[in-house]
Structures are given as C-alpha cells and as structure tokens.
Write a protein that binds this ligand. Sequence first.
Ligand code: ATP
Ligand code: MG
Length: 259
Amino acid sequence: MLTITVSSLSGGQGKTTTALFLGRLLSRQGFTTLMLDSDPQHNLTTYLGFELSANQPTLLEFLKKTVAPEDCIYPTLDNDNLFLIPADDQLDTVQDYLSNSGVGATLLKRRLEAISKIFKVCIIDAPPQRSQICLTVIGAADFLIIPAEASVKGYGSLVRTLDLLSGLRDVGATNASILGVLPFRDRWFGNTQAQESRAAVDGMRDEVGEKLVLPSIRESERYKQAINKRTTLSQLGYTDLEYPFEMIISKIRTSVGSL
Ligand code: ATP
Ligand code: MG
C-alpha cells in the first residue's frame, strides 16, 4: 500500500478538496483506495456522505487499537473501490494518547501495516494545525502532497509545512518525500494570471524547484459543485479541471514504477 498524505499548515489550503478528488479518481481507475480523515473537523467524512453515530468506530479507535482495524473501515457509496476511515470531533482526544505513547510520529504507520495488503493506495487528509495528529500522518506517509493557496498566506503555509517535514526527517520520524506542491485557487482571467497568484506560484517554484510544482487547481466554483453533488469533475463535464489529479496519478506511477 502506498500512503500519500495531503498536508499544509494553514486552514483552507485545499487539503480536503485534493484528498477527495484524488481518492475518487484513483478508485474509479480501479485502484482499491482507502481514504483516511485525520481532521477532527471531519470535512472529508461529511463530503463522502457519512453521518456517524457516537458509538461507531473511527480513526480514534483505529489509532488506540480498541477495536479490530477492519471495523474502522467503511465502504463508500461512491464506488466499490473507495473506502474510508472516518473522523468525528472526538478525534481531538487522541492528541494526549499520541504524545504519551512516546512513538506518536510512527504510530499510524504501524497501525496501517495491519491493513496494507488490502489496499493499493491510502490517501490521508491532514489537519491544518501542527498537532500530534499532524505528526503521525506525516510519519505514515511515503509521499506528501502540499496544497497551498496561490496567495501570500498559501506561500507561508508551504514554508511552514516544509519546515515541519525537514524537522521530522532530521529526527528520523518520517521517510516521506514530496510528490508535489499543488497551487490552490490559482486565479486566471482568460489567459492572464492574477498578479498575486503569479507571485505566489513563482515563490513556490523558488522554494521547491520547478519540477515539484504541480499544475494548479484554479479558482472555480465547479469544485464545490462536484463536492456537493458527490460526483467527479469529469462527470459534470469539466474534464479539464481534473487535470491536476491526472498529473498526480501519473507522477505516482512514474515514482513507484507500477501501482
Ligand atoms: P481546512 O484546513 O479547514 O481543513 P482545507 O485545506 O482542507 O481546509 P478545503 O476545505 O479543501 O481546504 O478548501 C477550502 C475551501 O475552498 C472549501 O470551502 C472548498 O469548498 C473551497 N474550494 C475548493 N476548491 C475550490 C476552487 N477550485 N476554487 C475556490 N474555492 C474552492
Ligand atoms: Mg480540510
């Protein structure tokens, strides 16, 4: 199982959007895909149409190992290849458990080993804060995708995320490599890119190098439409907007040989 964490250390950077569309596309292309919602705000869980009752197992139980791992994995209505380990707001209570465990950064990686034969790909939606949960989801990753708004705020979010990654690598808490930086809400008017977007994306290129900057998610209401209708962009007729996710999948294929 290849584990890809979508992380960026600010709110509203496109983490959940990226995780959702990437997971949907991978599963529709035939890969058995596990989505993992690691944000106590649980937007990914909601977007996938889940309303859990308090006693249903989530990532909290998966991490604490209080139930069998399989019991935390739910099939989705999307398609037969897409599964979810959901979150609810109780997930915040796992922060102390992770920090007291002494192996917080590597705990999720260990837990995922138990189910690694079942899925081809695991896509993790990370929380925006630099929390224990954030450390464990980066610790579990083979690859990191860093979405960052094409703005001053987004550039800052990228820099903070890179800083955290290098700190974790330094102490051997992660082996994750960067699959790409994904500019989010890149604004274009016809063929002209907004000045702020251009400056931010140029800054991202300077930071990580041209090759690691993925094709942008453009500013568009159509992503929200697809989320609300629980469908893909291509099914709504916006195939061109799916391009960033197609590129990510092709990059995954070239990075790992085959899936
Ligand atoms: P958080 O840190 O709060 O979890 P996030 O990084 O997961 O945020 P998203 O929830 O994916 O960010 O996106 C932020 C907002 O932008 C959402 O309301 C989403 O619907 C909206 N959005 C998604 N795609 C686009 C787009 N292409 N253009 C404009 N807005 C978008
Ligand atoms: Mg989110």
